[in-house]
Design a protein around this ligand. Structure first.
Ligand SMILES: *[C@@H]1O[C@H](CO)[C@@H](O)[C@H](O)[C@H]1NC(C)=O
Ligand SMILES: *[C@@H]1O[C@H](CO)[C@@H](O)[C@H](O)[C@H]1NC(C)=O
Ligand SMILES: *[C@@H]1O[C@H](CO)[C@@H](O)[C@H](O)[C@H]1NC(C)=O
Ligand SMILES: [Mn+2]
Length: 382
C-alpha cells in the first residue's frame, strides 16, 4: 500500500522512472542523500494537502494588492450577525473551500457541462475573505460594499476573452444572506438596478421583524431584498426558486410581488418539472443584467443540513444543479452561495455540496448557452 502510493506519486512527477519497474524502485529508495526536489520534484498539492484556497486556485489578498487582476474572483464574506435563528455562517467560506479540495483544474471537466471551467483561459483566483467587523453591523456592511466595489472596478485580467464587458465577476461565499444588500449596493454603481434569481426556502422580502425599533435592526438576512427594493437596487423582474417556508399569510406574497419577485415553489419541481422551471426563470429575466443568489437551504436539509434556518421538504442537489445548467447564457453580473453554517454539518455533506454548486456557477458564467442534455442512449452500455 505504502510503496504503491509512493510509486503513483513518483509516476505523476518529473523523475524519469517508470512505475512498477523494480530496478527503478530500488534506485529511488537508494538515493539516501537526495533533496526532495532532486528526488521527487515540485511540491505538488494533493487534494488533502496544501493551503486552503477554493479548488486550489491561486490565492491573493486582492483588497490590499491593488495590482492583482482576475476575470472571476472567489470572495469569502464571513458575516453572520444578521441571522434570525442559528448563527455560524461566518465559517461558511472556510467550509466551502474545504469542501472544494477534490475539485481542481486537473479534474475539473464534467460530462454534464462538457467543459472544465478552470481550463478556459480565464484567470480565476481566490481573493480571500473580507475582514468584516464582528461587533458593528453598520461598519461590516460598509466594509462589504467597499470590498465588492473595489474588486468590481479592477480591470479584467483577460479582456480579449470578455464579451463586451470590462467588469470582472465575483462569486461570493457567505456568510449569512444579509451580505447581498451591500453586494447589490455595489453592483448598482456599475450596472444600475439588476434582476435577481433567488434560490431559497425563504422569501427574504419581509419589511422588518417584530421588536426591531431601530433602523439598523431592519437590516437582516430576511429583509435585505425589501431594503434593496426601497433603495432602487433591484428590477421588478426578479424571481424566487424553491420557496417553501411558512408565512405570516397572503400579505407576505402580495408584499413579495411589490418587492419585484415572482415565486416558484418547492412543490413546482414535481408539478411543472425542471424544464418548465428553467423556461419560466429565463422568460422572467430575459436579457436584463442578473445576479444569482443561492441560499443553501433551498436544498433539502437531508442533503445540506448545515444551515441556520432549515426547512423540510427541499430540492435535491442534483435538481438544483440541473436548473443551474439551464440558466447558462443569461446576462450574469455575479453570484453567491450563502448560509452554509458548518457547525451543523455531518461529514462535510453541506460544504461539499456548496463547493460543487460553485463549480457549476463557474461553468454557468463561462457558457454562452445551456449544455446539450446528456444522451444516455449514445453512451455505450458498460
Ligand atoms: C442605482 O443606479 C441608478 C442607475 O444608475 C442610479 O440612478 C441610482 O442613483 C443608484 N442608486 C443608488 C442607491 O445608488
Ligand atoms: C431611520 O431613518 C429615517 C430615514 O433616514 C430617519 O428619518 C429616522 O429618524 C431613523 N430612525 C431612527 C430610529 O433612527
Ligand atoms: C412589480 O410589478 C407588479 C405587477 O407585476 C406590481 O404589483 C408591483 O407593485 C411592482 N413592483 C414595483 C416595485 O414596481
Ligand atoms: Mn433561506
Amino acid at each position: 500500500m505504502h510503496a504503491s502510493f509512493l510509486l503513483s506519486l513518483v509516476a505523476s512527477i518529473t523523475i524519469p522512472i517508470r512505475a512498477h519497474d523494480p530496478l527503478s524502485e530500488q534506485h529511488i529508495f537508494g538515493q539516501q542523500e537526495a533533496t526532495w526536489l532532486q528526488k521527487y520534484g515540485p511540491q505538488i498539492d494533493q487534494p488533502f494537502s496544501g493551503p486552503l484556497s477554493f479548488s486550489h486556485l491561486p490565492y491573493a489578498r486582492c483588497l490590499e494588492l491593488e495590482e492583482t487582476k482576475f476575470d472571476i474572483a472567489i470572495l469569502g464574506i464571513p458575516f453572520d450577525t444578521g441571522v434570525t435563528y442559528r448563527p455560524g455562517a461566518r465559517f461558511g467560506p472556510y467550509a466551502i473551500r474545504s469542501g472544494s479540495r477534490r475539485q481542481r483544474e486537473a479534474r475539473g471537466y464534467t460530462m454534464a457541462w462538457g467543459n472544465n471551467p478552470f481550463a478556459e483561459g480565464l484567470k480565476i483566483i481566490d481573493c480571500g475573505d473580507v475582514p468584516v467587523n464582528p461587533f458593528d453591523n453598520a461598519l461590516a456592511i460598509d466594509q462589504m460594499e467597499v470590498a465588492y466595489s473595489t474588486l468590481l472596478r479592477r480591470p479584467l485580467a483577460t479582456p480579449e476573452k470578455a464579451k463586451g464587458t470590462n467588469t470582472p465577476r465575483i462569486i461570493s461565499l457567505g456568510g449569512d444572506h444579509t451580505i447581498v444588500l451591500p453586494i447589490l449596493r455595489a453592483l448598482n454603481k456599475t450596472y444600475g438596478p439588476v434582476s435577481v434569481i433567488h434560490f431559497d426556502a425563504h422569501l427574504d422580502t419581509w419589511r422588518s421583524y417584530p421588536g426591531g425599533i431601530t433602523n439598523q435592526s431592519r437590516v437582516t438576512h430576511g429583509t435585505f431584498f425589501a431594503i434593496a427594493q426601497e433603495e432602487g437596487l433591484i428590477s421588478n423582474t426578479s424571481i424566487h426558486a424553491g420557496i417553501r417556508c411558512k408565512l405570516g399569510g397572503e400579505e407576505d406574497i402580495e408584499n413579495d410581488e411589490a418587492v419585484g419577485f415572482q415565486i416558484i415553489t418547492g412543490d413546482d419541481i414535481d408539478d411543472l418539472g425542471i424544464t418548465e422551471i428553467i423556461r419560466r426563470i429565463r422568460k422572467r429575466i430575459g436579457s436584463t443584467p442578473v445576479y444569482l443568489s443561492l441560499d443553501i437551504d433551498v436544498i433539502d436539509p437531508g442533503l445540506a443540513p448545515a444551515t441556520g434556518t432549515p426547512e423540510a421538504g427541499g430540492w435535491t442537489t442534483r435538481e438544483v444543479k440541473r436548473i443551474l445548467r439551464g440558466l447558462a447564457g443569461l446576462n450574469f453580473v455575479g453570484a453567491d452561495i450563502v448560509e452554509v453554517s458548518p457547525a451543523y454539518d455531518n461529514a462535510e455533506i453541506t460544504g461539499i455540496a456548496a463547493a460543487d454548486l460553485v463549480h457549476d456557477f463557474l461553468s454557468m458564467l463561462l457558457s454562452d448557452r445551456p449544455p446539450s442534455p446528456s444522451k444516455p442512449e449514445q453512451r455505450e452500455e458498460l
